[in-house]
Design a protein around this ligand. Structure first.
Ligand code: G3P
Ligand code: CA
Length: 333
């Protein structure tokens, strides 16, 4: 009887105790979102270099597959929001008018020029004050290239910046005949990442696809369940949903909007999400802090960062301008 009670105690309270201890001994992680994407075109090698130089703890890579199964660092399954594919390969659009990375070999993708994210209908930049569209040629890169770059920078500087990979739309890839999750684990393994202690997180919005990495593909890597504000993911936020996530993942990556709600005095107040996740031993890494696109009820990036770090006590956060994140962590008492 006593040992059954002790086991129950350990099962429910040990993860929370470990999570609290981790927060006491480790600073929150500054995760450079798509590299230093607030300053240079997202997911380029230049953006990764700058994120490293600004002191990010982790650098994020979103990945999709090319036709010849190369993992490409790209946020969208489409190419027409960040590259010159329309001008270079006009005949390669699908019936829906879009251009898909999976229709191109890596050799073809490598010829494209990358620029700051833009609206493909108007050509207007999404963030007007970021890096200008013309004059400098950036390129796409593979996941292997970006990881090799970060490893090289780590060696040259003595830093230990990690990688934080999101596999994009695995169900869509499956309908195209591609196993994105399995390809990703194979590539990470080839590059030396296969243990929980390695400096890598793997993240995904698709809960079934993320769970499969643990249950079917038996990865030991740390997994993070992304949670957006859409109705289809609302069940993950319930106590049962979070408990299910804790069975296969080390953390959650919720939208910033799930951390707060409007307060009576016009200032945002915290939801219980961070506390609920911590009680299950889950890390919490919300996305995305953007100094040039702030929530209406938080006037400065400093106010936003101090709220999520000092009041919500998150364990890390995705940010487009990593230098702001590094300074906010330095402000912690
Ligand atoms: O992966 C965290 C965050 O990047 C999720 O949103 O659309 O920027 O990939 P997204
Ligand atoms: Ca992402």
């Amino acid at each position: 009887m006593e040992s059954a009670w002790a086991m129950r105690y350990l099962r429910w309270f040990l993860p929370a105790l470990l999570a609290s201890a981790t927060r006491l001994i480790a600073d929150p992680l500054v995760i450079a979102h798509r590299g230093a994407s607030g300053y240079l075109p997202e997911h380029t090698l230049a953006s990764a270099v700058y994120a490293h130089a600004l002191g990010a703890d982790y650098i994020e890579q979103d990945v999709v597959l090319s036709r010849d199964n190369v993992l490409v660092v790209l946020h969208d399954i489409h190419l027409d929001t960040t590259t010159d594919v329309v001008a270079r390969y006009p005949e390669r659009r699908r019936a829906d008018g879009r251009y898909y990375a999976v229709d191109f070999t890596w050799a073809e993708l490598a010829t494209l020029t990358v620029r700051e994210r833009f609206n493909p209908l108007t050509g207007e930049p999404v963030f007007p004050d970021r890096f200008p569209a013309n004059g400098v040629s950036f390129r796409l890169c593979t996941l292997a290239e970006q990881i090799t770059l970060i490893a090289g920078l780590n060696r040259a500087t003595g830093r230990k910046t990690g990688i934080y990979v999101e596999f994009k739309e695995p169900a869509w890839h499956a309908r195209e005949g591609k196993d994105l999750g399995a390809n990703l684990l194979a590539e990470l393994g080839r590059l030396g990442f296969n243990r929980a202690a390695d400096s890598v997180f793997v993240q995904c919005f698709d809960a079934a696809a993320l769970r499969r990495l643990r249950t079917e593909l038996k990865t030991e890597l740390r997994l993070v369940q992304l949670i957006g504000t859409g109705e289809e993911q609302a069940s993950l936020l319930t106590p049962d949903g979070l408990r299910e996530v804790a069975a296969y993942a080390q953390g959650i990556g919720p939208s910033l909007r799930l951390l707060t709600r409007p307060g009576a005095d016009g200032r945002p107040e915290l939801t219980t999400l961070v506390r609920d996740a911590h009680a299950l031993g889950l890390l919490v890494h919300p996305y995305t802090v953007r100094a040039d696109s702030l929530p209406a009820d938080l006037p400065t990036v400093e106010a936003l960062l101090d709220l999520i770090l000092q009041e919500a006590q998150v364990d890390g956060f995705f940010i487009d301008q990593p230098d702001h994140g590094v300074r906010a962590v330095a402000r912690l008492p």
